[in-house]
Design a protein around this ligand. Structure first.
Ligand code: FES
Ligand code: FES
Length: 160
């Protein structure tokens, strides 16, 4: 077992984990952060996307031990990064997905939103092509891509 110390959604965590444990398993099974989901076993779908030190990563592609000493933000802590934790407030990108119907079954949505936030942090005024390229690592099995792209562009146009 290996000791890890990290920050998850603003809380300090100290734990002992097996070196082979994936970050997504750690978040879901040990911390109960089931908002981060597993959609594949090939690192292709992006449903498990979280932020590691502010940049998006596929958490099925990162070991929990690699997150030690670092800051993880999941979909469950995203709103607080913007609102400071005000109850019930959504992050503007979450709000844009809600307004533009950027989800159908919602399974891909946590990963889509985490990826979109990273994309917009890097490029606050993306073109539609920038959005499509920036989101290409995230798959929507409901094929709701049109409204997902619309949501990201809407978020870009609003106050963030
Ligand atoms: Fe991580 Fe699919 S579960 S990419
Ligand atoms: Fe169903 Fe994307 S909304 S997988």
């Amino acid at each position: 077992m290996t000791r890890i110390e990290l920050t998850v959604d603003g809380s300090s965590v100290s734990d002992e984990v097996e070196p082979r444990l994936l970050l997504v398993q750690y978040l879901r099974e040990r911390l109960g952060k089931t908002g981060t989901v597993i959609g594949c076993d090939t690192s292709n779908c992006g449903a498990c996307t979280v932020h590691l030190d502010g940049r998006s990563v596929k958490s099925c592609n990162v070991l929990a031990v690699q997150a030690s000493g670092r800051e993880v933000t999941t979909i469950e802590g995203l709103a607080a990064t913007h609102t400071g934790g005000a109850d019930g407030e959504l992050h503007p990108v979450q709000e844009a997905f809600r307004e533009c119907h950027g989800l159908q079954c919602g399974f891909c949505t946590p990963g889509m939103i985490m990826q979109a936030v990273d994309l917009l942090n890097e490029n606050p005024s993306p073109t539609e092509e920038d959005v499509r390229l920036g989101m290409e690592g995230n798959i929507c099995r409901c094929t709701g891509y049109h409204n997902i792209v619309k949501s990201v562009l809407h978020a870009a146009g609003g106050a963030r």
